[in-house]
Design a protein around this ligand. Structure first.
Ligand SMILES: CC(=O)N[C@H](C=O)[C@@H](O)[C@H](O)[C@H](O)COP(=O)(O)O
Length: 229
């Protein structure tokens, strides 16, 4: 378990890369021991922290990692679009498994448990709270509720086509409003991650480009095939 204070955790990840070690669901890399290996490799590469999905993956990873871990549970619910850490039981399980920071969906959509109870539970359990938001309005509401980190994670994922680019404007607006900002979502190259910091993000999370190998390989394959099309 990390022994850092809350302010040390925020300081440790400030200006840093968070490697989101989330393999493709049910793919060959989707195994706790592989997630733990990805996490260690990411730290060797210089990541300041990690984002880990699932209690079993967190339990497998935590013993090897002293850097801050942002933990989530993803669920596909039949009666709500909320996927990221929807239940208080998920928060309890992540805290017990050694999360430093617990992220929950921060969007303004129908949810099984109100967000006020979620942030209260995270704080009671001694963790930092992160809100995965899609708009400035949601981010400001979550900031006001006491969330420590506001992420642009859900921008582009609440309906319609997913844009190709990251939502830079949301990052700028959240920072201008005084939030501690995590740029997250479609920062798929080192250059884009650099832009995130340049426009004011405190830190940037990169997932697919680091740990969804199937997606990266298929991107190369498509590009190669299109050469002679
Ligand atoms: C919308 C949603 O559910 N985002 C998830 C949150 O945990 C992950 O699927 C993303 O991989 C993560 O946010 C990092 O983003 P990117 O993979 O674009 O670097």
């Amino acid at each position: 378990m990390s022994k850092l204070s809350h302010s040390d955790i925020l300081q440790t990840i400030n200006n840093g890369l968070i490697a989101s070690c989330q393999p493709v669901d049910d793919g060959p890399l989707d195994k706790p021991e592989i997630v733990a290996a990805m996490a260690q490799a990411s730290i060797i590469g210089g990541a300041a922290g990690l984002r880990i999905e699932g209690v079993d993956n967190l339990k497998a990873t935590r013993p090897y990692i002293s850097a801050p871990i942002i933990a989530i549970v993803k669920r596909d619910l039949s009666d709500s679009p909320i996927r990221i850490t929807p239940f208080l039981e998920d928060i309890e399980a992540l805290a017990a498994a050694g999360a430093d920071i617990i992220a929950v969906d921060g969007t303004n959509r129908p949810r099984p448990v109100d967000i006020e109870s979620a942030v209260k539970k995270i704080k009671e359990l001694g963790c930092l709270a992160m809100a995965d938001c899609s708009t400035l309005e949601e981010g400001l509401y979550c900031q006001q509720l006491g969330f420590d980190i506001i992420g642009s994670t859900m921008s582009g994922y609440t309906g319609g086509d997913v844009p190709a680019e990251p939502d830079y404007q949301l990052v700028k607006d959240l920072r201008a409003a005084g939030c501690y900002v995590m740029a997250e979502g479609r920062y798929n190259t080192p250059e884009l991650a650099k832009v995130a910091i340049e426009i004011g993000a405190n830190c940037v999370t990169v997932g697919s480009a680091l740990t969804r190998l199937e997606h990266m390989v298929s991107g190369f394959v498509k590009a190669i095939h299109s050469a002679n099309a």
